[in-house]
Design a protein around this ligand. Structure first.
Ligand SMILES: [Zn+2]
Length: 658
């Protein structure tokens, strides 16, 4: 699906998209202007504003979000702003096609010399993606032409031929961008380079032949005569590395960080991607790579690679994913750790990682019909992604905790329990704005030439010019009520199939066609209905939104004898504002009925939940000889996405269960 095939046209998500475009996008833009990201492109930055190696990628992502919006609705103001940034970016292109202002201006001798740590190809990937959407939005190819020239330069430098660099990116991203460029142009050179990067990665893992180990040895020689203190701290972090298990680097972070940051798993280069069986290392790198692998499995018809993707998918979903679809639980290394290691208050669960999980799910859904992919996208959107942005659209979470004790976070020197308007390392905010700007493309799918309805989000889709021959309009009451109405606006087809996703949380979904309940065939989590659809046909879908308790596999040590609550797709939590301090004193009674209440947080209309339960009595001593007393109490739950919009305070998702 392209972002222009579907249009979110009213309801909850239309407001969210408007907030994203009118507030979040400009808030991030302003923070990028203020922090010098735009001035740096033309060298107008001052000494106090040293550029950072991936500032270009931040701008590329932010603009890509703008281009998605512009594809749906022309916007002269936004076009002009982006045009000026593009001119600054491509003004730095060298004659041979090389395009990265940081290296061109600040370290021209170090191009492609530190693939492992310096994000050069990562920046190229984000700029390539952005340039494709710019081309689609405006018809102007200047940005894409510049990026194609840069890709040609990269092709001339990388590969298995004699004299070329047999390396690959330390931060994957360009692989999926190259697939997009291939699908945009049909030019196989893009696909070939994507295949090369995935095929070459993790080869020669014996001894010192591994590319990153060889690269380190060369850099270590160079660094002997180099004083890193002359560099700003931002850059120094990426130059002077902690020790790695191969003993090829010098220490700057201490042994612990050295190990978790600098093993080959961190870069998913410990073995060939096609041989990997568990999701390892830095979660965003991993998931961008898995996304590209799924793309390549589809385009190359590679069953082996597809099976690898499915094995990795299972490992994530069955053992390494939070209930709100956060992934990469370890904050040291921003990475996957080990099976069932899902701490709540120390959760890393970077917003970018869940965005990348959405991409991975989306790519797999292009290959096979399986409602699990759309289930994960739904959960990600309604919970972690919505929560990543403040209700006023101006603040953003980088990590997404499931338990917050502000005192603990401050003591651990983690980010605090409020959304920041500016992050020094700002990968997440522009990624959030581009995801919301493009989320129209995750609502419907085409499988086996049939329309698949994946998300119950108010929107229209026109497929009258395709073989499906249908134009439909969906009006959904999600997430407040479990009802969605789909009208056939036009039909020029004879009998055709529509697949309706049955959410994993509701096995009793009822479907009515023109008022009469219809039976359906169950296919991989979808209701398959073959019908001679006519104009004005009305399909009504009713979902069970009764609040329900969810528990965790007891191997997750943090959540034993705890439960969380979902209502429809929405995850709930307790907040200190409603329940007082020390939320772990509460015990929810899962045998009692939960009351649903129309409520409001700031100007956001919500359904809050009143549950029955108990509270441990207060005591002044630290240790007790007797079992503590419990008193009956009410627990007020609010949607997880609304937490921390009334100031920094405690929050808890997994509550003790009686
Ligand atoms: Zn991020």
């Amino acid at each position: 699906m392209n972002v222009t095939d579907t249009k979110i046209n009213h309801g909850f998500w239309k407001s969210r998209k408007e907030l994203n475009k009118n507030t979040s996008l400009y808030a991030v833009l302003k923070s990028f202007e203020d922090s010098g990201r735009i001035r740096a492109l033309t060298g107008e930055n001052t000494n106090q504003e040293k550029p950072h190696i991936f500032w270009e990628s931040d701008l590329a992502k932010l603009m890509e979000g703008a281009f998605f919006s512009m594809q749906q609705e022309k916007d002269k103001k936004l076009e002009k702003i982006c045009d000026s940034i593009i001119d600054k970016i491509i003004g730095n292109q060298e004659d041979d096609g090389y395009l990265n202002y940081f290296f061109s201006k600040h370290e021209p001798d170090n191009k492609f010399s530190n693939l492992r740590d310096r994000h050069e190809l990562y920046c190229a990937g984000h700029m390539l993606e952005s340039s494709i959407e710019h081309h689609k939005a405006t018809g102007n190819s200047k940005f894409f032409d510049a990026m194609e020239k840069y890709v040609d330069h990269i092709i001339s430098k990388f590969g298995i031929d004699e004299g070329k660099i047999r390396g690959y990116p330390g931060h994957q991203e360009i692989e999926l961008a190259l697939v997009k460029a291939y699908e945009h142009t049909n030019n196989k050179k893009f696909l070939d380079l994507a295949n090369y990067f995935i095929d070459e990665r993790g080869t020669n893992t014996e001894g010192t032949d591994h590319y990153f180990i060889k690269e380190r040895k060369i850099l270590k020689e160079k660094e002997k005569d180099f004083d890193p203190s002359i560099l700003p701290s931002w850059i120094r972090d990426f130059v002077n590395f902690g020790p790695d298990p191969h003993g090829t680097t010098s220490s700057s972070h201490g042994d612990l960080q050295g190990k978790v940051f600098r093993d080959l798993q961190y870069w998913q280069s410990h073995e060939r991607p096609i041989d990997q069986k568990t999701a390892e290392g830095h979660s965003v790198r991993a998931l961008y790579m898995f996304t590209a692998m799924a793309d390549l499995a589809r385009l190359n018809n590679n069953t082996h690679l597809l099976n690898t993707c499915k094995t990795l998918w299972r490992n994530i979903l069955d053992k390494r994913m939070y209930v709100h679809c956060g992934v990469g639980s370890a904050h040291i290394g921003e990475r996957f750790s080990f099976d069932y290691d899902l701490p709540n208050d120390m959760a890393y669960a970077e917003t970018c990682a869940t965005i990348a999980l959405i991409y991975f799910a989306n790519r797999l859904s292009k290959i096979e019909l399986n409602s699990e992919y759309a289930d994960i996208i739904e959960n990600s959107l309604y919970n972690l992604l919505l929560a990543s942005t403040s209700l006023d659209g101006k603040g953003f979470f980088y990590d997404n905790y499931l338990e917050c004790d502000p005192g603990y976070l401050h003591y651990q020197q983690r980010r605090h329990g409020i959304r920041d308007e500016y992050h020094i390392c700002s990968c997440c905010p522009p990624n959030i704005t581009r995801l919301f700007a493009s989320m129209d493309m995750y609502i419907y799918n085409i499988f086996d030439n049939s329309l698949v309805i994946d998300q119950y989000i108010s929107s229209e889709i026109d497929l009258t010019k395709s073989s499906q021959g249908l134009k439909i309009d969906q009006k959904s009451d999600f997430p407040h009520k479990g009802y969605s109405k789909i009208e056939i606006i036009e039909s020029n087809s004879n009998a055709s199939v529509i697949y309706f996703r049955i959410p994993s949380w509701d096995k009793n979904m009822i479907i009515k066609l023109n008022g009469a309940k219809v039976d359906y065939e169950l296919v991989n989590g979808y209701a398959k209905i073959n019908n001679n659809w006519k104009k004005d046909d009305v399909i009504e879908l009713s979902f069970d939104f009764t609040p329900r308790f969810i528990r965790t596999n007891p191997n997750v040590r943090f959540n034993v004898r705890r439960a969380c609550i979902f209502r429809g797709p929405i995850l709930y939590c307790l907040e200190e504002k409603d329940n007082g301090k020390y939320l772990n004193k509460f015990v929810v009674d899962s045998n009692k009925t939960i009351e649903e209440v129309e409520d409001q947080i700031n100007s956001e209309k919500i359904i809050s939940l009143n549950a029955k339960g108990y509270k441990f009595e207060d005591t002044s001593t630290l240790y007790l000889h007797d079992k503590p007393n419990l008193t009956e109490t009410n627990l007020k739950y609010i949607p997880y996405y609304c937490w921390s919009n009334r100031g920094e305070n405690e929050m808890l998702v997994w509550v003790n269960e009686n």
